[in-house]
Write a protein that binds this ligand. Structure first.
Ligand code: AMP
Length: 403
């Protein structure tokens, strides 16, 4: 993929950059790009991601950097960072990752899990640690025995929250949460976000950054995709035309900008198509109301920007329409992933104008699929045959429109 960010774009310390280079990492993964800058600033994070996405480095690198930049020695039996994870295998894996990534920093790490003698673990945390990776049961044992304390904790990471719940750890987790200092940074990861998990997350996180990475291939394969070439000034006509098909029962329309979202929603309303826009400028209340109207079927079309669209988890979305193509190819996969949830069928239609031609190429490269072109009354040859330019140039062309 062109214009892929580098680790050097993420404000990481030189030594950490050198370490990941030595491990053979060339470019940061999407979750690393999205999470690292915010975590360095101390923000809370709600991450929807599975293992295999580079999740561990996404939280380990900024945690290590913040610890290294502010070196204080922990009191005996205290730790500055706690990572809670469901299984012994994961705990060991994360511990090993911290040792790998942090080997040139003067920090100490410990791992705690059940099923083995506790002596060595008790000793490993006795003089204070920077990072403890633990499974819930043994952690609570050691805390009860006063071998470990969470009093000086600065960062709490809850990993694989959905699996923790499935494995019956909810009471243990609640006990741990009750012991956390209120002033802390919290990171919450889960591969899925059922209501129970969302509730738990909302009690733990303060104004979190939301990061979602979808396993790229699996999502894109289930969804029937098409592209419509159209001139920019004909997109609204095309949208009305497309929505003339009653099979489009529950539709999300994505735009690049908040203003665009409002405009599209107004045009639809004027044409008797019930719709609402959601984006970052709307209050939480207004967004919630719009989502509720959409969920209940009161409105047929929800118009959203990428950020506002991220958290939308509504079943039965029949179609996603990309009124404008995103310049970040991963966003395309997130957008179309709003449909075809839970094994249902779904369709994604993308409007592509002349300036967006290069974004389409990047998306096809990322998903490894050619998106079929569909004919329609507003078909534009200019858009279909527009010369391909670099992504940077394409982005500049698009941004000029909004000045
Ligand atoms: P995780 O999702 O944290 O379990 O990571 C999955 C695998 O990807 C691990 O083996 C990591 O070492 C590796 N990994 C993490 N980040 C990168 C990267 N930016 N480039 C290449 N490999 C990576």
């Amino acid at each position: 993929m062109s214009a892929m960010p580098f680790f050097s774009d993420l404000k990481l310390l030189d030594t950490l950059q050198k370490t990941v280079e030595a491990l053979g990492y060339k470019n940061p993964t999407p979750i690393q790009i999205q999470a690292i800058p915010h975590l360095l600033e101390g923000r809370d994070l709600l991450g929807c991601a599975q293992t295999g996405t580079g999740k561990t480095a996404a939280f380990a690198l900024p945690i290590l950097q913040n610890l290294a930049k502010n070196p204080v020695r922990s009191y005996d039996r205290e730790t500055r960072v706690l990572i809670l994870t469901p299984t012994r295998e994961l705990a060991v894996q994360i511990f090993e990752s911290f040792k790998d990534y942090g080997k040139n920093l003067n920090l100490n790490f410990a791992v705690i899990f059940g099923g083995v003698g506790q002596g060595p673990q008790v000793r490993s945390v006795a003089r204070g640690t920077d990072v403890v990776v633990a499974t819930p049961g043994r952690l609570l044992d050691l805390i009860q025995q006063k071998a470990l304390s969470l009093e000086g904790l600065e960062v709490f990471v809850l990993d694989e929250a959905d699996r923790m719940l499935d494995m019956g750890f909810i009471h243990d987790i609640r006990k741990v949460i009750a012991m956390l200092p209120s002033k802390r940074q919290t990171l919450f990861f889960s591969a899925t976000m059922p209501p129970e998990i969302q509730k738990l997350a909302s009690t733990l996180l303060v104004n979190p950054v939301r990061v979602e990475v979808t396993p790229i291939s699996s999502t894109a394969e289930k969804i029937s995709q098409s592209v419509m070439f159209v001139d920019r000034n004909k997109k609204k006509d095309l949208l009305r035309h497309v929505l003339g098909d009653k099979d489009l029962t529950r539709v999300i329309v994505f735009t690049r900008t908040k203003r665009g979202a409002n405009q599209v929603s107004e045009v639809l309303e004027r044409n008797g198509i019930s719709s609402l826009a959601i984006h970052g400028n709307k209050s939480q209340n207004a967004r919630q109301k719009a989502l509720e109207s959409f969920r209940s079927g009161k409105i047929r079309v929800l118009v959203a920007t990428d950020l506002a669209g991220r958290g939308i988890d509504i079943d039965g979305i029949s179609h996603v329409i990309n009124f404008e193509l995103p310049n970040v190819s991963e966003s395309y996969v997130h957008r179309i992933g709003r449909t075809a949830r839970a094994g249902a069928e779904g369709s994604a239609i993308s409007f592509c104008d002349q300036d967006e031609r290069s974004f389409l190429r990047d998306i096809e490269k990322l998903t490894g699929q050619k998106i079929p072109v569909v004919d329609h009354p507003f078909f534009s040859n200019n858009a279909a045959s527009a010369p391909l330019v670099s992504r940077g140039k394409a982005k500049a062309m698009i941004e000029r429109r909004y000045r």
